[in-house]
Design a protein around this ligand. Sequence first.
Ligand code: PSU
Ligand code: MN
Length: 302
Amino acid sequence: MVRVGEEVADALAAGRPVVALESSVFAQGLPVPANREACERMVEAIVSHGATPAVTAVVGGRLVVGLADAEVERFLRREGIVKVGARDLAAAATLGVDGATTVSASLVLAERAGIAVFATGGIGGVHRGDALDESADLIELSRVSVICVCAGAKAILDLRATAERLETLSVAVLGFRTDWFPEFYCAGTTIPVSWKVGSPDQIARVYARHVSLGMPGAVLVVNPPPEAFRLDKAVVDRAVDAALAQVRRAGIAGRGVTPALLESVERETSGASLQTNIALLESNAALAARIAVALAAAEKNR
Ligand code: PSU
Ligand code: MN
């Protein structure tokens, strides 16, 4: 059903730590060549912490967890790659397309492959405005029992509404050394997180309890962006407002909205948001690897 890459399969069979990654952030979320830098830095962060990375995607109709290097190259070129959410997986597989998986689709593939830890930049969420545009990431987080490490939800969203939806959907949210839901490019909002955790080991233990209780959803770990790369909130707010206006004027809808907004914010911040995005992707991948290492160690000791 799902093709698991050789290195990933070996690691899983031996009980070694694995971290799953999405591919939509590389094929749709980030421009060339920043997408390559992001991918390489995430992979390096995971490997240097002693875990195996597993990029997920639909490759010519095959559902893959753990892309081969040549396949990653194809996705970094960004040509002819469709954006695939969880609901698109079956159709994309049947119709034989190349598809880059979003958080929702990647969570499903990771879980089916037996991977417990996933890292991304920012999850999708409730969009601003009154179009009732809400990412499928949220509902999938309520159904898939995986640890999802992120810097909160993307700043282009309505973060308060997103946090409320996470509560309604009963998704566990843990702040990594923070009491506040991060604002992606900035440090923190005034939206509180119920639980602050201090170490990867503590996160691994919460997850083990979560699983033993039979809880169906994800444990969402929110990790503020690295301090040196945090942007000024006023600058981000102005850029997001301008981006929202541009996307509305261009009449973009559906799955095109998020990539278009991210691109607009990059332009508005003269690329600063791009550097922050790459830095937080790397930082999230490193934290995810440390959690995967803690989980694997706990498994061995049982
Ligand atoms: N975070 C980023 N860049 C991205 C995304 C998240 O920093 O490109 C992608 C993820 O794949 C996420 C998707 O799942 O955007 C959400 O899209 P939508 O709002 O259409 O569900
Ligand atoms: Mn949408």
